[in-house]
Design a binder for this molecule. Structure first.
Ligand code: ATP
Length: 282
């Protein structure tokens, strides 16, 4: 049996430049993986079937699951007929803006590359991953990177010192398609600066990095779910130097310099949300 971890991602910045003629939004995002991860186990089956199991309820276990799509794509591309049982131990909250499904798909591509000794490079795996979803190529590499295009064009950045991250998820599920559908790309007033964030990351200073956080989707999600904005205010009130929504939400995060302070913020948040996680840049 082979195992592979799938890390959650947060957006340190998320900018939408314009809506493209093909209907997608042209984005520019600084992405970071954190050490909150799903654990995947891969085992071959002799009957040629792909069988998924998952610890979390309500997750589709058929072709709708990105893990299934990744396994099928690997088999078709490399002419492999062997069957598979893939077990997903879910730890990343679902439909939360943390790219759980995309990261599982990326872990599947990396895992099967090892299981079947295909010898593919990360760049080759990222190219395959783009066929499954825009966030999959970033999840193949992990670490710190700028994502452009639909999110699939990755420029890797030097790794950043391992900062503490407090994550808090309000008890709602947000549809990414719904949020992008309501965004008026031509009416965005404040765009985060990718360049300023890249410079801030080079300092390794949490205060400097926090001052450059920005996500143009916040306004859309806050308008749909005012409780997300209220929770952000709580996060700041409990001492976070900056806080941001990740992706299309609803998960919020804050970067914190010291573990003690991060633990204090986590404990304070537990009075407001059942889903609070302490993790680090990975
Ligand atoms: P993103 O930030 O990329 O929009 P997300 O974190 O908001 O992603 P996911 O957790 O990836 O959202 O899940 C969104 C939906 O995708 C789920 O409601 C689920 O039905 C479907 N899905 C397909 N495969 C998976 C998977 N392996 N894990 C979780 N959800 C999956």
């Amino acid at each position: 049996m082979l195992t592979e971890k799938a890390q959650a991602k947060i957006n340190l910045t998320l900018d939408v430049l314009h809506k493209r003629p093909d209907g997608y939004h042209e984005v520019e995002m600084v992405m970071q993986t954190v050490d909150l991860s799903d654990h995947l186990q891969f085992q071959e089956r002799s009957d040629g079937e792909i069988v998924l199991t998952c610890t979390a309820p309500y997750i589709p276990l058929d072709q709708r699951n990105l893990v299934y799509q990744a396994a099928q794509l690997m088999r078709e591309t490399y002419g492999i007929t062997k069957g598979l049982h893939i077990h997903i131990e879910k730890r990343i909250p679902v439909a939360a803006g943390l790219a759980g499904g995309s990261s599982d798909a990326a872990a599947t591509l990396r895992g099967l590359n090892r299981l079947w000794s295909l010898g593919l490079t990360l760049d080759q795996l990222a190219e395959l991953g783009a066929k499954i979803g825009s966030d999959v190529p970033f999840c193949i590499y992990g670490g710190t990177a700028i994502a452009r295009g639909r999110g699939e064009k990755i420029e890797r950045l030097p790794s950043v010192s391992p900062t503490w991250v407090v994550l808090v998820k309000p008890p709602i599920a947000v549809s990414t398609a719904d949020v992008y559908g309501r965004l008026r790309a031509d009416e965005i007033e404040h765009h985060p600066s990718t360049e300023a964030m890249v410079e801030a990351l080079q300092t390794g200073d949490v205060k400097v990095i926090s001052s450059q956080l920005g996500n143009v989707l916040e306004g859309v999600t806050f308008a749909m779910y005012p409780e997300v904005e209220r929770l952000k205010q709580q996060l700041l009130k409990f001492g976070a130097q900056g806080a941001l929504m990740s992706g299309s939400g609803p998960t919020l995060f804050a970067l914190v310099e010291r573990e003690q302070k991060a633990l204090r913020i986590c404990n304070a948040l537990r009075g407001f949300s059942r889903e609070v996680y302490l993790c680090r840049f990975f």
